[in-house]
Design a protein around this ligand. Structure first.
Ligand code: SF4
Length: 475
C-alpha cells in the first residue's frame, strides 16, 4: 500500500527523506469564452508541490471528453500546442504523487472512463482504505482494471451505479456509501463538474470563483494564482454539483468525526494557502513559537531546514529572541530526472541539494528547526553538515511530534519499522542524529497552532496511533 523511500541520504541527491506529498486536484466550470485548459494549467502549476510525478488535464466540449497527461512536471507535460488542442467549457486537472499504484503513465490522472451517459473524468487525492476488498469484489464478477490505482475503483463504482440509478446524485451517494478512506474528488461529466470530500474531511478541497466560473481546488493558493476568489471549503462528506454555472450540494457525512490531516498544516500545503479558515503560514509560525516555549535552547542562531522548516524557525526565533539566519542553502534546480551520483561521490559527501554557509555557522550554537523527522537519516546528515561547517553546538527542534505510526490515508509514510520515533526514545534519536539536544512539539501544542480552524478537527493518527477509520484488512 505504501511506497518506501530507500535512498537513505536522498535529500543530498534529490529526493528528500520526508513525508511525501499527496496529490493536487483542480476543476473549473466555464463557458465558450473561458480558456478552461489554460486556467487549469496554471491551477496545477500552483498545486505542483502536492505531486511531481505526473499530471494531466481533461476537458469537456459538446458532450465529448478528451485529455492529455504524462509523466513529469506541469511545465514538462504541457505545451502551448497541447493546451490549444484542449478546447472545452469544463476542465479538471491532477498532479500526482503515487501513494497507491506505481508511478507509470497508465496510473496518471485524470482517469477517463465510460459511463452510461458518455464519459467521465476523475481526479482523486487520497487513498481508499477498503480498495483491495472492493477490487476483489469487482474482479470476482469479471471486471478488468486498466490501472493499479484505487481511483479506478471509484470510476468502476460510478459506472456500475450509473446503470442502476436514475440521477447523478443517487450514483454519487451509492458510491460514497461503499468507499472508505480519504478522498478529495473532482469529477467531470459532459455537462457537470462535481466535487466530493470524504466524510472525515481528511484531504482538503475548496470552492472558488473566477468571474462567473466556479472553481474547485485542493488549496486556495491556486485561486490566487489564477486571479480567482475563495468562496468556501467543501465540507467533510459534502458533494457539490456545478451545472450551468450554478452550484447545489448535499451531505453524506453520516456523523463521522471531522479529521483533516494535520500534516497539511505541518508540511503538505503551501504556506500561502488557507484550509478551513486557518492560514498555513500562521499555523507554522505558531508551531515554531510554541516549540520555543516547550523546548527553549541556549543558542546564537536559529536556522530552518529549507524550505519546510523555515516558517517554524521564524516563529521560534521571534519567541526565543534568538536571531534567525540563513545557514543552509538549497539548490532549487535539482529536477525530478536527476542523475544519481556514484558511490564514490557519495562517500566524498557531495552535497548536491543542500549546502552549509560556513561564514554564518562557524563557532556558533545553532538551533536547527525542521517540520518532522521520519527516518532520521536526513537530520543526521544536516547536523553533521553544520558541525563540519564549524557549529559549536547543534540543538534540533522539530515543529511536530514524533511520527510513530504509518499513514493509510494517502500520505507516503514508511512502515513502523522505518520510522525512527517508532523504535527509539527522544534521547536515543538525539544520539543517533548526533545533536546536542532534541525537542519535539507536543500533540497538544500542535493542535493549537492552526489558529481559526474548527476545534478537535484533525487526524493525528501517525503521531498518536488513533486512526479515524478502520483499515481493511490490516488493522
Ligand atoms: S495518519 Fe498522519 S499523515 Fe496520515 S492523514 Fe492522519 S495525520 Fe495525515
Amino acid at each position: 500500500m505504501l511506497n518506501r523511500r530507500d535512498n537513505d541520504l536522498s535529500i543530498f541527491y534529490g529526493q528528500e527523506d520526508k513525508l511525501h506529498e499527496a496529490c493536487g486536484v483542480f476543476g473549473i466550470y466555464g463557458d465558450e469564452n473561458t480558456e478552461v485548459a489554460r486556467i487549469t494549467y496554471f491551477g496545477l502549476y500552483a498545486l505542483q508541490h502536492r505531486g511531481q510525478e505526473s499530471c494531466g488535464i481533461a476537458v469537456s466540449k459538446d458532450g465529448e471528453i478528451t485529455g492529455h497527461k504524462g509523466m513529469g512536471l506541469v511545465s514538462e507535460v504541457f505545451t502551448e500546442k497541447i493546451l490549444d488542442r484542449l478546447d472545452g467549457t469544463i476542465a479538471i486537472g491532477h498532479t500526482r504523487y503515487s501513494t497507491t499504484g506505481g508511478s507509470s503513465i497508465e496510473n496518471c490522472q485524470p482517469l477517463i472512463v465510460k459511463y452510461k451517459e458518455g464519459r467521465l473524468a476523475i481526479a482523486h487525492n487520497g487513498n481508499l482504505t477498503n480498495a483491495s476488498k472492493i477490487r476483489l469484489d469487482f474482479e470476482n464478477r469479471g471486471a478488468i482494471f486498466q490501472t493499479s490505482t484505487d481511483s479506478e475503483i471509484i470510476a468502476n463504482l460510478i459506472s456500475r451505479f450509473g446503470l442502476e440509478c436514475k440521477s447523478i446524485e443517487e450514483v454519487l451517494v451509492r458510491t460514497t456509501e461503499i468507499i472508505e478512506g480519504s478522498y478529495a474528488l473532482v469529477i467531470m461529466s459532459r455537462n457537470k463538474l462535481v466535487g466530493i470530500r470524504d466524510p472525515w474531511g481528511l484531504r482538503p478541497l475548496c470552492i472558488g470563483k473566477l468571474g462567473n466560473s466556479y472553481v474547485l481546488t485542493s488549496e486556495s493558493c491556486a485561486l490566487d494564482t489564477i486571479g480567482g476568489e475563495y468562496i468556501r471549503d467543501v465540507e467533510p462528506g459534502e458533494i457539490v454539483i456545478i451545472e450551468n454555472n450554478s452550484l447545489r450540494s448535499f451531505s453524506v457525512r453520516n456523523n463521522k468525526p471531522h479529521r483533516l490531516c494535520i500534516f497539511e498544516h505541518i508540511y503538505f500545503a503551501r504556506p500561502d494557502s488557507f484550509i478551513e479558515g486557518a492560514s498555513i503560514y500562521q499555523a507554522r509560525l505558531e508551531a515554531g513559537r510554541l516549540l520555543a516555549i516547550e523546548h527553549p535552547a541556549d543558542a546564537d542562531l536559529v536556522v530552518g531546514v529549507p524550505d519546510s522548516g523555515i516558517t517554524a524557525a521564524i516563529g521560534f526565533a521571534r519567541e526565543s529572541k534568538i536571531p534567525y539566519g540563513e545557514a543552509l542553502i538549497k539548490n532549487r534546480y535539482v529536477g525530478r530526472t536527476f542523475i544519481q551520483p556514484n558511490q564514490e561521490m557519495r562517500e566524498q559527501s557531495v552535497n548536491i541539494k543542500l549546502n552549509a554557509l560556513r561564514t554564518e555557522i562557524k563557532g556558533k550554537r545553532i538551533v536547527l528547526i525542521d517540520d518532522s523527522i521520519v527516518r532520521g537519516t536526513t537530520t543526521l546528515k544536516i547536523v553533521q553538515m553544520l558541525k563540519d561547517a564549524g557549529a559549536k553546538e547543534v540543538h534540533v527542534r522539530i515543529s511536530s511530534p514524533p511520527v510513530k505510526h504509518p499513514c493509510y490515508f494517502g500520505i507516503d509514510i514508511a512502515s513502523s519499522e522505518d520510522l525512527i520515533a517508532a523504535n527509539n526514545s527522544t534521547e536515543e534519536i538525539r544520539k543517533i542524529i548526533g545533536a546536542d539536544s532534541l525537542g519535539f512539539l507536543s500533540v497538544e501544542s500542535l493542535l493549537k497552532s492552526p489558529v481559526g480552524a474548527p476545534e478537535n478537527s484533525f487526524c493525528t493518527a501517525c503521531l498518536t496511533g488513533d486512526y479515524p477509520i478502520k483499515v481493511w484488512p490490516e488493522i
